[in-house]
Ligand binder design. Structure first.
Ligand SMILES: NC(=O)c1ccc[n+]([C@@H]2O[C@H](COP(=O)([O-])OP(=O)(O)OC[C@H]3O[C@@H](n4cnc5c(N)ncnc54)[C@H](OP(=O)(O)O)[C@@H]3O)[C@@H](O)[C@H]2O)c1
Length: 281
């Protein structure tokens, strides 16, 4: 069976470098999608309160029969629950919805610096408590910029284990990746294939033809060789298998550079900049 590499977090725990994302999977389809992914070999799932499918992720895990301690589960605090009391209630609901007594990783989904009086620090302090009481094996953040991370470093005692941010060939996000790695924060790349939009790039198609892999496999392999953690989403069984089969080939320097060259900088973002993103649904 394929061996997915593990990445070590700053608390000594490990996370599989490849997982399965469940954003935009209909709750009615999620348990089956999770079971199928476990059959293929995925052992890492990325969900969020915002995705509305935590219950079904838990169901899929239980129905699979795969032991809990072989599976890494991440969820994220919804934007509506940044105030400490709300965050505590929401975290308890996440655990009960997933049917778990602890979660492997829990993240602040967005920093929302224009809401809550700009206070994401007390939210972070609250997540630190979840780590201290053992209900979260690790805690981290998502969509945080260097400035947001600097503020956590100045005002709190715990460095996030991960920073989950938008990264794909059109938005390589290299300066933030460097900041993360310089500070012991593992980078997780969300929308790793830009929801499919990068797959028609001639440079990617050319590499795919040369190495005998699909465009998606080439892009996912690019992330793996850069060292980031990824969790592509698919509800298509063939793609779920394809996205897992990325450990039997390597991209050479020319291929890596050709994909690096697709970076459009800020213009390549698909989502608003985290300094202005303020959606609370
Ligand atoms: N923290 C955040 O703010 C944030 C934001 C966005 C995403 N995320 C996380 O990152 C995960 C992945 O991102 P994402 O779901 O936005 O996008 P993605 O994984 O880049 O792309 C998913 C899309 O690509 C298609 N696809 C998947 N594999 C393919 C393949 N081999 N060939 C062709 N098309 C393929 C899927 O279609 P089908 O499903 O129809 O096959 C789906 O439409 C999410 O599920 C979520 O866990 C986090």
């Amino acid at each position: 069976m394929t061996q997915v590499p593990n990445i070590t977090l700053n608390n000594g725990n490990t996370i599989p470098q490849l997982g399965f994302g469940v954003f935009q999977i209909n709750p009615a389809d999620t348990a089956a999608a999770v079971r199928s992914a476990l059959e293929v070999g995925y052992r890492h799932f990325d969900t969020a309160q915002m995705y509305g499918n935590e219950k079904e992720v838990g169901e899929g895990i239980r129905e699979s029969g795969v032991p809990r301690d072989e599976i890494f589960v991440t969820s994220k605090l919804n934007n509506t629950f940044h105030e400490p009391d709300a965050a505590r209630d929401a975290f308890a609901t996440t655990l009960s919805d997933l049917g778990l007594d602890h979660i492997d990783l829990f993240l602040i989904h967005w920093p929302l610096p224009t809401r809550y009086g700009g206070d994401f620090v007390s939210t972070w302090q609250t997540l630190i408590d979840f780590a201290k009481d053992g209900r979260a094996s690790a805690v981290g953040v998502s969509n945080f910029t260097e400035d947001h991370l600097e503020r956590l470093a100045a005002e709190t005692s715990l460095v996030p284990a991960v920073n989950q941010v938008e990264i794909h060939p059109y938005f390589a996000n290299n300066s933030l990746r460097k900041y993360n790695s310089d500070h012991g924060i593992v980078t997780q790349a969300w929308s790793p294939i830009a929801q499919g939009d990068v797959l028609g790039e001639p440079a990617i198609a050319g590499i795919a033809a040369r190495v005998g892999k699909s465009p998606a496999q080439v892009v996912l392999r690019w992330h793996i060789q850069r060292g980031d953690v990824i969790f592509p989403k698919s509800v298509t069984p063939k793609r779920v298998q394809e996205n897992f089969a990325i450990f039997d080939f390597e991209l050479d320097n020319d291929a890596m550079s050709a994909i690096d060259a697709l970076d459009k900088g800020e213009a390549g973002r698909r989502s608003p900049h985290p300094d202005v993103f303020d959606w609370v649904g």
